[in-house]
Ligand binder design. Structure first.
Ligand code: FES
Ligand code: FE
Length: 428
């Protein structure tokens, strides 16, 4: 058994073996121990408002259909025809009572039942008596405050138990609905997802999404823009701390120079925006009291839900998932989340803010992707034998926002699962 992390409290050192980023055997272990066993984000309740709404989603490398069936229940099916395996749904999303396979036209209602086959007479009467020709339902699907997850392990603990301490941070995101004039409308995912790929290992994107250390050097252009609007790019505007939330989940919670769409504005966005912010904060205070309202509205949160869900609640909110196709290649999906009842002009500003920083064509995401691809290239030199240093902040009592404790939380859990899986494979 290999230990992929080296942790030395005395020497205040934490290292990760670079093999973790490049070795195809590790990816195999990850597919089994992580992507087949952990809760994986599939979509948001707001994407399935009406009966028949559906989305084709690839989750943990598997093709699924997420739909609200005619009985009102949200279900996830494997998107593979029980006949000879073709994807049943090819459209990315839509509304339909029936899914019809392209190949031989078997059709299924949105509860997954086989309801039509051309030349039915060619099959025995009891062809589907046991239901084996229906779409296969994903083993588990659960919803926490609108965030829907699936799990391929039917024996997995409940989603709530799995999320544990991370629930508190998802609440701080979901509760932003109460900043809007009609909180009953909740939060909504905006159309359409951003989809892109990066030539880097999936764990590099996880680390990067909760890493403030790289913020100022990597995103210099963005900070210069923020400065022109009255924000500052001083290092001391990033004040906060990273936390280990257990189960591999982690968060970085902090104050920043950039605006917060719900509760912190800066010059350059005009008086109207300032007024809207004040209204938002007043409604949050009424609902949650001053302290929690302040936390929701003014603080940023970069949340990493183990293994591959990031919710960055910063100058806009992004939900980001990613999956490894190869050790050095990932597919990424990003979604914007916002209070549904948000003011129209304000929504426009939020969208601009989202695209400007978080979009694949914005001022930050391409910088991040460049950095991740440089790491992946750099690992080639070490042939997987070098070690990454993730010890920043271990030597101080008062944590800083640019420290790396949140990444260490992920790695400890990752190492636990991967080394256990290695033992399982070796003793088979
Ligand atoms: Fe779907 Fe034949 S593969 S109907
Ligand atoms: Fe970044």
């Amino acid at each position: 058994m290999t230990n992929y992390i080296r942790e030395d409290e005395e020497k205040l050192s934490f290292k990760v073996n670079r093999q973790a980023f490049v070795d195809p055997k590790i990816l195999e272990l990850e597919r089994e121990a992580i992507f087949s066993k952990c809760w994986l984000y599939i979509g948001h309740e707001s994407e399935l408002l009406n009966k028949g709404d559906y989305h084709r989603r690839k989750v943990g490398g598997r093709n699924l259909i997420l739909t609200r069936s005619q009985d009102g229940e949200i279900r996830a099916f494997y998107n593979s025809c029980p006949h000879r395996g073709a994807l049943v749904t090819r459209e990315k999303c839509g509304n339909s009572k029936v899914f019809r396979c392209f190949y031989h036209a078997w059709s299924f209602n949105n509860q997954g039942e086989l309801v039509g086959m051309p030349d039915k007479a060619g099959f025995p009467e009891d062809h589907n008596c046991d239901g084996s020709k229906n779409l296969v339902t994903v083993e588990r699907l659960e919803n926490y405050r609108g965030f829907i997850f699936v799990n391929y392990d039917k024996n997995a603990v409940s989603l709530e138990e799995y999320l544990g301490n991370a629930k508190e941070y998802l609440d701080l995101v979901a509760d932003q609905a109460f900043a809007a004039e009609d909180p009953e409308l909740g939060m909504e995912v905006l159309k359409d997802p951003q989809e892109y790929s990066v030539r880097a290992n999936w764990k590099l994107l996880g680390e990067n999404s909760v890493d403030l250390y790289h913020g100022i050097p990597t995103h210099k252009t963005y900070f210069e823009i923020v400065a022109t609007r009255g924000g500052t790019m001083e290092k001391d505007t990033l004040v906060g701390e990273g936390k280990d939330l257990g189960n591999g989940h982690a968060v970085m919670e902090y104050y920043s120079a950039w605006p917060r769409p719900v509760g912190k504005w800066i010059e350059g966005y005009g008086e109207e925006a300032k007024g809207i912010i004040e209204g938002n904060i007043a409604r949050l205070e009424e609902k949650f009291g001053k302290e929690r309202a302040h936390r929701i509205a003014k603080k940023n949160r970069n949340i990493w839900i183990f293994p591959n869900l990031i919710i960055n609640d910063i100058m806009a909110i992004t939900i980001r998932t990613f999956y490894p196709i190869e050790p050095g290649y990932i597919e990424v999906s990003g979604y914007a989340l916002a209070p549904k009842a948000e003011n129209e002009n304000f929504r426009q500003v939020r969208n601009d803010s989202f695209l400007e920083f978080l979009g694949p064509g914005g001022f930050a995401t391409p910088d991040d992707n460049e950095a991740l691809e440089l790491c992946q290239e750099g690992f080639l030199n070490a042939k997987g034998a070098g070690w990454n240093d993730i010890s920043k902040g271990m030597n101080r009592d008062v944590p800083q926002a640019t420290d790396e404790a949140q990444m260490r939380a992920f790695w400890r859990r990752w190492n636990e699962l991967i080394t256990a899986q290695e033992v399982k494979v070796e003793t088979k």
